[in-house]
Design a protein around this ligand. Sequence first.
Ligand code: KMH
Ligand code: ZN
Length: 280
Amino acid sequence: MLPVMTPNTLITVAPTGAESDKAAVPALPVTLAELVATAVACRAAGAAVIHVHIRDDHAQPTLDLGRLKDTVRALRESTDLIVQLSTGGAVTDSFADRLAVLDATPDACSLTCGTVNFGDEVFANPWPFIRELYARTKDAGVVPEFELFDLGQVATLHRLLAELGPPHGGHVHCDLVMGVPGGMPGTVPALAAAVAALPAGATWSATGIGRTTLPVLLGALAAGGHLRVGMEDTTSFARGRPVTGNAELVERAAAVAGLAQRPPMLPDEARAFLGVSSRN
Ligand code: KMH
Ligand code: ZN
């Protein structure tokens, strides 16, 4: 029997997030210029997708539509990365604003499949919102990435696909977000349980928050999965050593993927893999 070929590694960078404070984390990219510079560096280091949250003039998270459109345009002008906008935003964002993110016409978007405790907060994703957002991704021709913070969210993903059918592009790709206080832990048993429960044919990435970053990265590669890294998920490179920039997290992920004989996918390869149409 021929060995099963495991594809090259899709690396997504999540450079900013909505939670870290610029004053506490000076290397966090919060302006458009900082985001573009980060995107260019991360593309050179091996990223194929960028998961984008933006900030306002005071470095606070925002879903301002004009800024989102400017961001999508600037990222497309300066890189060939797949631009994935966050529809999760910050825990304080309204459902209406989160739905309107699609009007910025990204290539892809995140789509979280359930409500989860999020530290002392709640990241709210009730079923009617999930359903509406998914329906709109199909209408808008935006490829969703299903964000799964817990095992129960995998069940909701099955329900979504059963009721509304496959996503735009036809391929189901998930991201396991592990180690959020309130979600599934960033451990190999939790990773294995979540992967075993995914829909047939789905592919997946994983990211571990904070100190679970490295165990999740190593476990995901060993299990044939893909990687998300970035300062949205960790601001420490090693114990006592802050991250100096997103590119070093991508470089490390690319190096380990290379050691695993699964080097990083280029953006064009990632477009074909995820069902994202090419730009021209
Ligand atoms: N900032 C979190 C509340 C996403 O981007 O879709 C939600 C989040 C998920 O980061
Ligand atoms: Zn996010």
